[in-house]
Design a protein around this ligand. Structure first.
Ligand code: G6P
Length: 610
C-alpha cells in the first residue's frame, strides 16, 4: 500500500526523503513522487514505475530544500500513471495520502460545481481541493483541517505542506498509519517506522482521530475536537542494519535464513532455560482473564491466516476449548456471534492490516477479550488489543512472509502450552515433553535451512511449469496452502493447496504427466493416508515432489524428486520445519523466472485498505 515520508529540518532533505521511500518499497507501489517547499514555492517531481525512475528527476528539485514529503502510490482510484502519482499540488498547497476516501465522488462533484478542476483520477485530490477551498475562509491550517475532516469518510493518513506556513508540516491520521519521528533540529513522519530507522528510534504513533504539526524543533498534536494532546515518544528496538539485505541477493532469502536465529531467540526469550517454564507475563497472557474464556476465535489475513489455522492443532488441543479461525475480511463483514466468553486473537506481522484491525475493534466493542500476536511494536492492532504477544522476529521486508510465519506458529504453540499449564490442563510430564520438543527445534530449523542447495536444483527442473498442486494432511495441509501461496506470490505460477483427503473430490481431475504435485508427508499420524494419496497421483502419471523424513525410503521411492526435511515429535512444530523447503522452492523458482521477488507485482506488504 502507499508509503509516505516527510522531513523538516535545517539540512537539505531531498536525498533523505528519497531514501525513506526506498525503505518503504517493500510495501508495494506503482508510482512515486516528492515535493519540497523552498523559496516560498512548492516544487514537485513524480514518476510512474519504480523509484529508480523517480531518482532521475531528483535533480529537478531545488537542492537547498529543508522540508518536503514523498509518496509511493499503490493504485486504488485511477491507473498507476505519473499524473495520478502524489504529491498532489494546488497553488501553494501540497498533499500526500495513504488510504481511501470513500465519499470522494460526491465531494468531487461538489468541488467541480464550485469551479475546481482535477488533474488526476484519484480520490486523494478531493482532499487537496477541499482544504484549498477551506483555507480561503479559515486561514489557519489546523482549523481548516478540523473543518474538512468532518466531511471525509474512509481511511486517511495525510501529509500536508503549505507555503502559507513555510516552517511546518501537518499530518492527519484516521484509519491509515502515521508515525512521527523526532530528531535533533529535525523531525520526520512516515507511514511505517521502518522508513525512519536510520534517522531516529524516538517515535510517536498517532492514534485515529489525531492531527500533528511538525516544525524542525517542535511536535504538536491535537485530537479531532481540537484539544491539544501530549505524548511521550516510544523507543524502537529495531536496528537500521536489521532492515538491510546484509549481502543476500533478496530480502526474502535473507529472511528465510534468519529463521534459525529468530526461533532460537524467541524460545530463549519466552522459555526460562533454568525452570523450563514459559514466561506468561512476557507473553501477555497474564493480562487475560482465562477463567472467562470458553472459546477462541482467531482472525487474520494471508500467511498469518494459515499460521492461525495451525493453532487448531496446538491451542485447541492444549487448552481444550473450541478454536475457530476466520479470514478477517469475511469476519468483519458479517455479524459474527460473539460474547464475553470469547477470546478474539488477531494474528498479524505488520499490526496494520485494515481488516484484522477492524475485527479486533469490533470484538472489543462486543465485550470480548482481545489478544494480538504481532511483530511490529506500537502498531495499530496491539494498540487496540487488550494484550499482545510480540513475535520479535525483526523487520520483515520481503512482501512474501517467511520468518513471520514460522515465528507466528511458534507463538501459537507457546500460547497454547502456557495457557494449558495455567489452567492445569497438562500434566507436568506432557508439559516437560513439549518443552523438550521446543528445545530441539532451533537445531532442526538450522538443518532445514541448510538444504537450500538441493532445493535450488529441484526448482531448476520445474520452474517452467504453469501449474502446481500442493497437498498435505493435518497440520501439513496448512503447509500445502502456505506453500502454494508462496509460489503464487513470488513466481506468478498458478498453484493450489489441497488436503490430501480432498484430492479425489475434484482436484484429481487436474492430474496428468504435466502436473507437479508437491506432497508434504512427515512421519505423523496422517502419514499412511498421505502415501495412499501419493499413489493416487502416480497412478495418473502425476509428477510427485516429496517433502518428508530424510530416512523415509518408502516415500522417497514414490517421488520423482525428494526434499528431505528434519522431523519433530510435535505436529504443530513440524510445520515450522516443513514450510522451509517450500519457501526455498518458491524463492528459487521465482529467481529462475526473473520475477521481482521482494516486491511481486500487485502485492503490498501492509494492506491498510479494505
Ligand atoms: C499482505 C502480505 C502478506 C501477509 C498479509 C497479512 O497480503 O503480502 O504477506 O500475510 O498481508 O499481513 P499481516 O501484516 O496482517 O500479517
Amino acid at each position: 500500500m502507499c508509503g509516505v515520508v516527510g522531513f523538516i529540518g535545517k539540512r537539505p532533505c531531498v536525498r533523505t526523503i528519497f531514501e525513506g521511500l526506498q525503505r518503504l518499497e517493500y510495501r508495494g507501489y506503482d508510482s512515486a513522487g516528492i515535493a519540497t517547499l523552498s523559496g516560498g514555492k512548492i516544487h514537485t517531481v513524480k514518476s510512474d514505475g519504480k523509484l529508480a525512475r523517480l531518482e532521475g528527476h531528483l535533480k529537478d528539485l531545488p537542492q537547498e530544500s529543508f522540508m518536503g514529503m514523498g509518496h509511493t502510490r499503490w493504485a486504488t482510484h485511477g491507473a498507476p500513471t505519473t499524473q495520478n502519482a502524489h504529491p498532489h499540488v494546488s497553488g501553494d498547497l501540497a498533499l500526500i495520502h495513504n488510504g481511501i476516501i470513500e465519499n470522494y465522488r460526491e465531494l468531487k462533484n461538489e468541488l467541480i460545481k464550485d469551479g475546481y478542476s482535477f488533474k488526476s483520477e484519484t480520490d486523494s485530490e478531493v482532499v487537496l481541493h477541499l482544504l484549498s477551498r477551506e483555507l480561503k475562509s479559515t486561514p489557519k491550517m489546523k482549523d481548516a483541517l478540523l473543518k474538512i475532516i468532518a466531511r471525509l469518510h474512509g481511511a486517511y493518513g495525510l501529509g500536508i505542506m503549505w507555503a502559507g506556513e513555510p516552517d511546518a508540516l501537518y499530518l492527519v491520521k484516521q484509519g491509515s498509519p502515521v508515525v512521527i519521528g523526532t530528531g535533533t533540529d529535525e523531525n520526520y513522519f512516515a507511514s511505517d517506522a521502518l522508513a525512519l530507522l536510520p534517522l531516529t528510534k524516538s517515535v510517536i504513533f498517532l492514534n485515529d482521530g489525531e492531527i500533528g504539526r511538525l516544525t524542525k524543533s517542535t511536535v504538536e498534536l491535537w485530537d479531532f475536537s481540537g484539544k491539544q494532546l501530549t505524548r511521550v515518544p516510544s523507543v524502537l528496538n529495531w536496528t537500521a542494519a536489521s532492515a538491510e539485505k546484509q549481502g543476500y541477493r533478496h530480502y526474502m532469502l535473507k529472511e528465510i535464513h534468519e529463521q534459525p536465529a529468530v526461533i532460537a531467540q524467541t524460545i530463549a526469550r519466552l522459555v526460562d532455560s533454568k525452570t523450563g517454564k514459559i514466561d506468561t507475563k512476557e507473553m501477555g497472557i497474564d493480562d487475560l482473564d482465562l477463567s472467562q474464556v470458553k472459546s477462541i476465535v482467531y482472525v487474520a489475513c494471508g500467511t498469518a491466516y494459515y499460521s492461525a489455522m495451525i493453532s487448531k492443532y496446538c491451542v485447541e488441543q492444549f487448552v481444550g476449548v473450541s478454536v475457530s479461525v476466520e479470514l478477517a475480511s469475511e469476519f468483519r463483514n458479517r455479524d459474527p456471534y460473539l460474547d464475553k466468553e470469547t477470546l478474539v486473537i488477531a494474528v498479524t506481522q505488520s499490526g496494520e492490516t485494515a481488516d484484522t484491525l477492524a475485527c479486533i475493534k469490533h470484538a472489543a466493542a462486543k465485550g470480548c477479550q482481545t489478544f494480538a500476536v504481532c511483530n511490529v511494536r506500537f502498531s495499530s492492532i496491539p494498540r487496540s488489543a487488550k494484550s499482545t504477544l510480540y513475535m520479535e522476529a525483526g523487520p520483515e521486508v520481503g512482501v512474501a512472509s517467511t520468518k513471520a510465519f514460522t515465528s507466528m506458529v511458534l507463538c501459537h504453540y507457546l500460547f497454547g502450552l502456557a495457557v494449558a499449564e495455567k489452567k492445569k490442563r497438562v500434566t507436568p510430564e506432557v508439559y516437560g515433553q513439549a518443552i523438550q520438543a521446543l528445545k530441539q527445534l532451533p537445531m532442526a530449523v538450522d538443518r532445514a535451512v541448510n538444504a537450500a542447495g538441493l532445493i535450488e536444483d529441484v526448482a531448476a527442473k520445474y520452474y517452467e511449469s504453469p501449474n502446481f498442486i500442493f497437498m498435505g494432511r493435518g497440520p501439513s495441509y496448512m503447509i500445502a496452502l502456505e506453500g502454494a501461496l508462496k509460489l503464487k506470490e513470488v513466481s506468478y505460477i498458478h498453484a493450489e493447496g489441497y488436503a490430501g483427503g480432498e484430492l479425489k473430490h475434484g482436484p484429481i481431475a487436474l492430474i496428468d504427466r504435466h502436473m507437479p504435485v508437491v506432497a508434504v508427508a512427515p512421519q505423523d499420524f496422517h502419514y499412511e493416508k498421505m502415501i495412499s494419496n501419493v499413489e493416487e497421483v502416480r497412478a495418473r502419471e502425476g509428477v510427485v515432489i516429496g517433502v518428508g523424513d530424510l530416512n523415509d525410503d518408502k516415500f522417497k521411492s514414490l517421488c520423482r524428486d525428494y526434499i528431505p526435511c528434519p522431523q519433530s515429535s510435535d505436529g504443530a512444530l513440524q510445520t515450522i520445519l516443513t514450510v522451509i523447503p517450500l519457501q526455498f522452492l518458491a524463492y528459487y523458482i521465482a529467481v529462475k523466472r526473473g520475477t521481482d521477488v521482494d516486491q511481486p507485482r500487485n502485492l503490498a506488504k501492509s494492506v491498510t485498505v479494505e
